[in-house]
Design a protein around this ligand. Structure first.
Ligand code: DC
Length: 236
């Protein structure tokens, strides 16, 4: 008899290198929960932005910290697209958090210790039972250091910028490739050099560089590792 264990899969890596795309497809294939933790940091950045505590030049982090208890986040599946979308205090903010404006603010918000403590604790509750694919920057290092599988995803900055450009162009025709590349490079730098849980590749993670492979090839590759692990830990 097969005892199919539900494992935890952690996916970390640089900005815009397809972590969420991989996480989503893995979760669908395995019938696991998918959690995009970047959406949670983006929603907190949106909250700070709407309250005028942050802009390109200034950040009143003390006001944000004092109001963290007033931020309620949850995900709900969009019945049409079948993808989870994020809600901030009851409002669907999925499209508001994906703008370049929020991308330019989010890394500063994500560097605040109190913000990380709140979100990590929520992420651990959401994924604590296993059967989860979670993507972000600190999943394998901080949120689930004992995850059965850890992937670290990367791709050449130019390729990442071009992919994101095509995506964003659909909703914003004013955007330029240069602006996007600048944002990616800045975020990679801030996310990897911050004091609080910086983005690192843990020694036990599997490195995937997807610069030259397709989304499907990446999924197949990742699934090979997952099935190998499941075979190893499943009792017959
Ligand atoms: O995955 P993303 O690009 O949507 O994430 C937005 C930002 O949030 C990213 O620049 C870094 C931060 N982040 C983080 O610090 N830790 C996570 N687990 C996820 C995202």
């Amino acid at each position: 008899m097969t005892d199919s264990k539900q494992i935890t899969i952690a996916i970390d890596g640089y900005s815009s290198c397809g972590k969420s795309t991989l996480a989503k497809s893995l979760a669908q294939t395995l019938n696991y929960i998918f959690i995009d933790t970047g959406a949670m940091y983006r929603a907190v950045a949106l909250f700070a932005f709407k309250n005028k505590w942050i802009n390109e030049l200034e950040f009143n982090s003390q006001n944000l910290i004092a109001n963290l208890d007033n931020i309620n986040l949850h995900f709900e599946k969009n019945e049409v697209t079948r993808k989870p979308e994020i809600y901030l205090n009851g409002e669907n903010v999925e499209s508001q958090i994906r703008t370049l404006e929020i991308s330019n603010l989010v890394s500063r918000v994500a560097s605040i210790k109190e913000v990380r403590i709140k979100l990590v604790s929520e992420q651990q509750k959401m994924g604590g039972k296993g059967g989860v694919v979670m993507d972000g920057r600190d999943i394998g290092s901080v949120v689930f250091p004992n995850a059965e599988i850890k992937f670290f995803i990367t791709a050449a900055p130019k390729i990442r910028a071009e992919r994101r450009y095509k995506e964003l162009l659909a909703s914003n025709s004013d955007i330029t490739l240069e602006e996007i590349e600048k944002n990616l490079i800045e975020r990679d730098f801030l996310d990897s050099t911050r004091t609080e849980s910086p983005l690192i590749q843990t020694v036990d993670s599997i490195l995937i560089d997807n610069s030259l492979i397709t989304i499907n090839e990446q999924l197949e590759l990742a699934l090979k590792y997952v099935y190998k692990k499941l075979k190893k830990i499943t009792k017959f």
